[in-house]
Structure formats: structure tokens, C-alpha cells
Design a protein around this ligand. Sequence first.
Ligand code: PGA
Length: 243
Amino acid sequence: MRKRVIAGNWKMHMTCAQARDFMAAFLPLITDLPDDRTVVLAPPFTAVSTMAELAAGSCVEISSQNVHWQPKGAFTAEISAEMLLEHKVRYSIVGHSEPRKYFSESDEQINHRARAAQSHGLIPIVCVGESDEQRERGEAERVIRRQIEQGLEGLDPNNLVVAYEPIWAIGTGKTCESPEANRICGLIRSWVGATDLVVQYGGSVKPENIDELMSMSDIDGVLVGGASLKPEGFARIANYQDS
Ligand code: PGA
């Protein structure tokens, strides 16, 4: 059975002091998780070290929100795998729609980042997903397939998470209907051609819809933005009810 990966992406939220308060409230709420579940939190870089210390000995793994493909050098604002590994980071989110949109990240760059992550033993969480207009025009599958083919080229599917995040569902409160999210997650797994590939859904996941999403056959986990900032809410998501 594929691993279940419940990940929270804190984006540009949480100071170290706020991260401490979050973990003090959150950790006692997730002590009875089934063994097949991994909980991942992706704080901003400034809180990575603090979070790694707070998470030590718990079932929480730390993710970065990015990783550069070069080991070091003149790359202002970037971060290397080696720097992350020093703080026990295990996962790296790459290809999120926000850097794709605001910083014009290409599938080629995303592929470089994901490959660098894997070659250092980090597990990339590669995000893919179509915009509202692309879905309206009936291009969703073609767009996602291109992101998969170019973004995942040369990657080991056994050390990889793919997050299907339709852009129109991110931060909008508009969740993709579970059967449709399930269908796309299944397509992604078949395009990659790896039955064990872990595929998440992301986009307005919340305590109210987690049980239904996780009851879907091809959804192995979730990537959560806004709802991962509240300890009780994110604990409810991590403790989703198996159907
Ligand atoms: P959201 O964000 O849960 O706030 O919609 C998801 C994401 O950006 O990964």
C-alpha cells in the first residue's frame, strides 16, 4: 500500500515564535496516527532550523519550500540541498504554482530542482496543475501531462511525491470535486508509469473535506496551504477518518 503523506505548506507565514506556539499545540494532537501516515510541514527558511528541533522525535518531517540545483555559488535568494540537509530537512516542494506564476519558473528549472533534491536524498514534492482558463478551454490534461513529462524527466518515482494542485482551487475555497481530483491523480500515476508513486491533491483542503478526499482510491495525501496554519485544523486533517 502506498504511503499517505499529509503535508502543510506554510508559504510566507510563521515566525519562529509562532512556529513554537503551533508545535506546542499541534504535536499532542497527532500522537495516535496510523503507521502508514507521514505528516510534513514546510515552514519558511527562517523557521526550518527551529522546526527541525521541535519536530525531533515526533512523526513530523520537515520540508523546504524550494531547493536550488547548484551546491553553492552566486545565486542570491536561493538555497542548496546541503544547507537543508544540515537541518534534517527530508522533503522539498518544487514547482508550486506561486513561483511558477510570480517568478516564471519553468518545467526545466523545476526538473533541475527536483533532480538536485533527489540526488541529495531529499524527496521532492513536485506540484502540477492547470489554471481556470486552461480547464475552461479543455486543456487541463494536456497541460498537466506536459508538466509531468518535462518536470519529472529522469526522476526516481520511488522517492517522489507529485501534488495535483489545480490553480483555481488554491486559496480560493473552491475545492476540486473529489471524483475529478481522483481521476487526475490516477492519470498522473499512469503517465508516470509507477504504481507506487505517491500522488497528493492540493487546493482548499480543510477539515470539512479531508475525509472524502482521502477516501478516493488514487489520492494518497494532501498538500495544504491555509488550513495548515491552525494547529487544531491541521491536526484534524492529519487525523482524517479512514472510510
Ligand atoms: P490552500 O493552498 O490549501 O490554501 O488552497 C494549497 C497550496 O498552495 O499548496
